[in-house]
Design a protein around this ligand. Sequence first.
Ligand code: M6R
Length: 365
Amino acid sequence: DKGTYRHFMQKEIFEQPTALANTLEGRLAGERVLEACLGPKAADLLARVKRVRLVACGTSSHAGMVARYWFEQIAKVPCQVELASEFRYRDPVIEPDTLFITISQSGETADTLEALRHAKGKDIAASLVICNAPESSLVRESDIALMTHAGPERSVASTKAFTTQLMALALVMLLLARRNGLSAEEERRHVKSLESVARVVEAVLQQDRQLQKLAERLMHKNHALFLGRGAMSPVAMEGALKLKEISYIHAEAYAAGELKHGPLALVDEHMPVIAVAPNDELLEKVKSNLQEVAARGGELIVFADREAGFKDAPGVTVIGMPHADELIDPIVYTIPMQLLAYHVAVLRGTDVDQPRNLAKSVTVE
Ligand code: M6R
């Protein structure tokens, strides 16, 4: 039931504060992550893990790409991410001390399931699935399941499944980080920021009207470029995927540093550039890209920390976001990407919840 919402996608976007709180529910104690959230054998398992392999499709693969930054930067665990459709066919080398993580909303994606079966045929430390569907094939076939508890997701375009996957991945990352020497104090700091997510996301959702207005400027475009750096570059990819999936506008994402290496040639007055740039070093880089985009008549829309002092300029619109810890920025900045895509699709009159040619769960290759 959509309740007062016009579409399931809209409802599911607005459910995120609750969904994210549910992912944390029962998994923390004294501002630390409970090992038990990975089951009774968690301690043995975690002791064995020396590396992480993440495999998924579509939006779920973007969650894996964000998590790779966390696993390496915070947990200091080598981490690889791969699309399930590629992984299953290329006979990849998998080291025996690997924690093999699949990520899937439905738990039924054919490629992800086959990738898991392939990995289980090798010597791995354990298989873990981050999943939203308790009775699914991936849950049944994995050694451990960490459920996202997002609640049913009906819209083909994935929203709350993605942000709760990120939350679940952050928990796994912190458990490995502790093994690798992250201090209790540091862990508490990260847990506090995870606990603040629901509140910050709630604040971002209040900006809905502003994003609806912004959507009016994009609705007649045929293309859009999304930029992000570091853990925000998969968020840019997710923003581009959402836009193309439901509004049918061609959108591409690039790591911001790549702009000059090719895509800048595309920038003219018909090509809006959307940058997700919290208050990190990307902002400085984006500032220097500004001139280049503006000089080509391009329109730049920057999502940035309100406290970063980034101002509108000719050709540049800044959408101020609430200040958040770096760890949770990928979750926080995904919200306006979802809302923007949603409003553009509504304005264009597409079938938002059931975009053409797509199915909610891809159970065949
Ligand atoms: O159920 P899964 O998470 O395994 O699905 C993976 C993709 O098919 C899915 O994320 C797809 O990309 C969505 N339609 C994106 O919004």
